[in-house]
Design a protein around this ligand. Structure first.
Ligand code: COA
Length: 188
């Protein structure tokens, strides 16, 4: 009885802290930006960033499908409750992009974008590196991607991280532009 009264008193003077929303697991931080796994409720914001920054768009279904299948490598960057960047990747099995005729488990960066005013702050690099870590835990030894041959910013980002151009895919995009295939070893 005495104990209950004491606890009751504690609750009134020192109420337990309740989070306004469920705390989401942060995988990395870049300054005040928090990188964390994408939630289903983040997908509309991700689509909005994709539509406003890239010419390649996907059906809504495609995002939800990748999220359901590869939640570990679908990440977002958040600042003050707003999604400002995303990366969406798969883990696949097939021919290596780095070894002749070898098979490999490989990460595939399907799409990445950072809202323009938040660029050049290291968010893109941090998203790619965080996905490399997740890909490693899924057994991937390399990671690859396709990038427009005119996309200087993205090519700069990938080269800085250690990606090398391993091929060129002519007329890869709907408008006829070619893509560079770029890949890097992620396993030590
Ligand atoms: N010009 C030249 N190099 C650039 C660059 C630019 N405008 N932006 C980034 N880079 C290179 C630099 O080497 C940079 O390092 P530094 O800033 O120390 O010089 C490196 O990439 C890493 O930059 P970072 O700040 O981590 O990247 P970011 O957060 O600005 O994101 C993109 C880079 C490509 C994701 C971003 O520009 C973007 O969203 N672009 C539009 C969408 C897109 O093209 N996605 C890629 C599709 S394949």
């Amino acid at each position: 009885m005495v104990i209950r009264d004491w606890r009751h008193q504690q609750c009134l003077t020192n109420p337990p802290k309740l989070e306004p929303r469920l705390q989401k697991a942060i995988v990395a931080k870049v300054g005040d930006y928090e990188l964390r796994r994408c939630d289903r409720e983040d997908v509309p914001a991700v689509i909005e960033i994709n539509v406003s920054t890239l010419p390649e768009h996907y059906s809504d279904y495609f995002y939800y499908e990748i999220l359901a299948e590869f939640p570990e490598t679908f990440l977002v960057a958040e600042l003050e409750g707003r999604i400002v960047a995303y990366i969406m990747c798969r883990v696949e099995y097939g021919f290596s992009h780095l070894r002749r005729l070898g098979l490999a488990r490989k990460g595939h960066i399907v799409s990445i974008a950072v809202v323009e005013k938040h660029r050049r702050k290291g968010i893109g690099s941090a998203l790619v590196k965080a996905c490399h870590d997740e890909m490693l835990t899924k057994g991937a030894s390399e990671c690859y991607l396709e990038v427009r041959i005119s996309n200087v910013e993205a090519i700069g980002l990938y080269e800085r991280l250690g990606y090398k151009t391993t091929g060129q895919l002519e007329s890869y995009y709907k408008d006829g532009e070619a893509a560079f295939l770029m890949a890097m070893q992620i396993a030590k």
